[in-house]
Each structure stands twice: as C-alpha cells, then as structure tokens.
Design a protein around this ligand. Structure first.
Ligand SMILES: [Zn+2]
Length: 444
C-alpha cells in the first residue's frame, strides 16, 4: 500500500512539473524527479497544489494561512494540535534514515497529511517505530493527497485511492473520479442527489461509488475494461485508530464493471416503471430495498452493509440476503425489485455457477407460486429454521407432498453448501409469494 500511495504522489508531482514547465508528462523521468529537490524552492512554490486538489480550490486560496488549512485537513486526518505549520513539517530537521528510500539525510517524522495510513495499518509500523521521511519522499507522499478520495460517514471517515503501474490507466481513473467529487463539500464524494442514495457504512458506499464511477464513464469502460484490470483500489475507514482496510484488485474491478454494465443495460430494456432513471433502475430498486426494519436508518442498513462486503469480495452472501428477505417478509415490508436480474448478472459477470442458482431459485419460485392462496406459507418458516440438512430436506419433501407436487431435488442435493441452497430456495419462494414483480405480471 505504501508503494501504491507513493506512485500516486509521483504522478501528482509529474503533473505539477508538466504544467509548470509546459512540457508533456511523458518527459518526466527519474532524474527530473530528483532534480526538483536540489533546493527547497519546488516544495515551497508548489505545496498548496495537492491541497487544492484534496480540499478544493475554494478552500485553499493563495492567501490562506496554514492554520486555516490545517483546520480543514483535521476533518479527515488525525493531526495533533501541536502541528501549526505545513511547510516546516515537509522539510527535514534532524539527521536520520528515510523509512521509504533508505537515504541518510535530514528527515521529518510522518504526519497524517503526509502518509495518512501509518497508524491505520498495524503491520506497517509499531508505536515505538514511527515513519520518518527524507524531503523528496515526504513531499511525494504528501502530494498523493491530490488523488486521495474521501467521504464522511457519520463519525467515520472513509479514504480511498487507485493505483496502477499503467500511468495512463491511473490518470484516467483519477480524472474520472473527480466528477464524483463535490466542490461545495471539501471535494468529498458526492451524496448523489437523492435520499435513496444515502449510505451509512463503508462497503455499501464503496459499491455505490464504483457503480456511479462506471455509469458516468460507461462507454469508456465498455471499450477499455482492460484499464480497470490494471488498477487496484485501496480503501480504509474508521475513526481514531480503529481502521478497517480493504484492497480491491483489478480483476474484481473489471468484473464489477461488467456486472454494472449488464444491469444498466437491463434497466434500459425493462418495462417503464416509475422511479429512478433507467440506468439506475436495477441497481437502486434492488439496493435501496435491502434496508430492513423500522429502526434508525443506520440500523436498517446493517445487513445491507454485510451483503455489500460480499459483493466487493466477488461473492454473493445468499445467507445474509435471505436473512434480509425473511425479516422484510416478517415486517410486511416490500421486497427488493429486480432480484433475479441483479443476482444472475452478478454471477455471470464473476463467472460463478449461474445455472445451479437458476435451478434452485426456479424451484423455489415454482413452489412459492403453488403455495399462494394456501395456508402452507408457514412452511417458509419451518424451512428457514431447519437446523440440519436432514431437517431441511424433510420439510421440503413434506411441503411438496402437501402441495401434491413432484419436485426434482437434485439441484439442492448437488449444491455444495446446503445452507446456501436453502437460502436461494427460500428467496425464490418469497419472491413468488410476496414479490412485486408477480403483481406486475398479474396486472398485465
Ligand atoms: Zn526518502
């Protein structure tokens, strides 16, 4: 992660240099890089530029003092009240060995606005062994804030950035992400203009951010999905020192992009129902309906956060999804729309077994349709509560005989995890019994 952040800093410096010298960025090489730090002028003349990117030009005028800037930086970084100057903390004062490049020179102790992740990732450094940097490394890490993204979620901060060995891909991603930043809110990631986009936790937020990112650059990433393949996305979140961390690699980003492209297409092709615009339709009518219960909004989103985590990891947590649907059924809340489109397209994009999902889901749906209008719907709860695979299959066999049906149970027996098979089956039943799609079909 430290190398990844450094690469961002180097790119940010290359951009500053290219603009100052009016030269193409490709001419920026390592000797140019070194030459910038022969004296202190480059740092002195340019140190507000990364700040302008991070906090927005409106918040970092040329006249503004460090005190005001630090006040704003403290919204996102842990900075001690003893720190009152920025420039002084970028120029080494005492001799030491740079923790990053190993140079013996004048070094500075790391500050959160230089490398913000020192304390957040335990493996990097212990309390007794703080990071120190030479002038060049300190300013390079510091400059990476130009492509560091942030969002406040309650009392937590979420920070993330991209990395790639492919400078073009990295620059493009950085540029594309800028459209999601809000200049009126310290360049934080936008709230996406609608209450249904309100997020409470880091993983669900990350999922929405990636969705918006792909949606805004749909044609580009359709044609250049290989650019995503070379990227890595690093995110941290939390408050004080309790920081969580996730890395999303390029192949996952590429598959997520495929998935989002598919459901945007499905939204455009689906029947015209009121609600969000066609591009948002499948994602949000599914996603917003994963909120459960009548508690505080943040409590209602807890299971959705758990489910979002699995999606970012390249998996579908069917068991959590089933928990959400069961709970919503119990509360008489509306079930998510576009269930099958969402799940099927995800499985397809991630090369997961979509056929067996379809078989079990279809089986559940078929049973659910037959249960409609009978008093057998309490079987849903009996199946849900089944403690072991035998109890589960017994309830299922009992149900089918009460319905007078012959059902092929092989897909369930073939599925490697019976609890997951049970979850998929139950979701199919619930969608047939209580889903709104069915109502639409009957109306037509
Ligand atoms: Zn160094």
């Amino acid at each position: 992660m430290i190398d990844a952040y450094y690469r961002n800093g180097k790119l940010s410096i290359a951009k500053i240099w290219a603009l100052n010298e009016n030269k193409p960025i490709k001419e920026f090489d390592d000797s140019t890089f070194d030459s910038l730090f022969k004296d202190d002028n480059f740092i002195k003349n340019n140190y507000k530029k990364p700040l302008k990117r991070f906090l927005g030009s409106a918040n970092v005028s040329d006249e503004i003092g460090d005190k005001e800037i630090l006040k704003n930086l403290k919204r996102y970084f842990e900075i001690s009240s003893k720190t009152t100057k920025i420039l002084e903390n970028l120029n080494g004062k005492s001799k030491g060995v740079c923790s990053y490049c190993g140079a013996i020179s004048e070094v500075v102790t790391n500050k959160a606005f230089i490398f913000p992740f020192e304390r957040k990732i335990n493996s990097i450094v212990g309390d007794s062994n703080r990071l120190v940097f030479c002038k060049k490394c300190a300013f390079t890490f510091y400059s990476a804030m130009a492509s560091l993204y942030k969002k406040k979620l309650g009392d937590q901060n979420m920070l993330f950035f991209f990395d790639s060995y492919d400078v073009d891909a990295l620059e493009k991603a950085t540029e594309n992400m800028r459209h999601l930043q809000d200049p009126n809110r310290y360049m934080e990631i936008k709230n996406f203009d609608h209450p249904r986009y309100t997020m409470f936790y880091p993983y669900e937020t990350m999922l929405v951010v990636i969705f918006q990112f792909i949606k805004n650059n749909l044609n580009y990433y359709k044609a250049e999905s290989k650019h995503l393949g070379s990227l890595n996305l690093y995110m941290t979140y939390g408050r004080d020192q309790l920081y969580g961390y996730m890395q999303i690699d390029g192949s996952t980003l590429q598959k997520l992009s495929d998935f989002f492209i598919k459901i945007i297409k499905a939204g455009r092709e689906s029947e015209n129902i009121s609600g969000p615009n066609p591009d948002d339709r499948v994602f949000f009518l599914f996603f917003e309906n994963l909120l459960v219960g009548k508690g505080k909004p943040s409590e209602r989103a807890m299971l959705r956060e758990k489910f979002s985590y699995s999606l970012l990891k390249g998996k579908i947590d069917f068991i959590t999804l089933n928990e959400i649907l069961m709970e919503k059924t119990k509360n008489g809340e509306k079930l998510p729309l576009y269930y099958s489109e969402f799940i099927y397209n995800y499985l397809e994009a991630f090369n997961l077994d979509k056929d067996i999902f379809q078989q079990i889901n279809g089986l559940g749906y078929k049973l659910g349709l037959q249960m409609k209008g009978t008093n057998l719907d309490n079987y849903i709860w009996e199946i849900f509560r089944a403690r072991g695979v035998e109890q589960f299959l017994n309830s299922l066999v009992e149900l089918q005989s009460r319905l007078g049906l012959e059902v092929d149970l092989r897909p369930i027996n073939d599925y490697e995890n019976w609890k997951e098979a049970k979850a998929i089956l139950l979701n199919g039943m619930l969608n047939a019994l209580y889903g709104r799609r069915k109502e639409n079909e009957q109306r037509n």
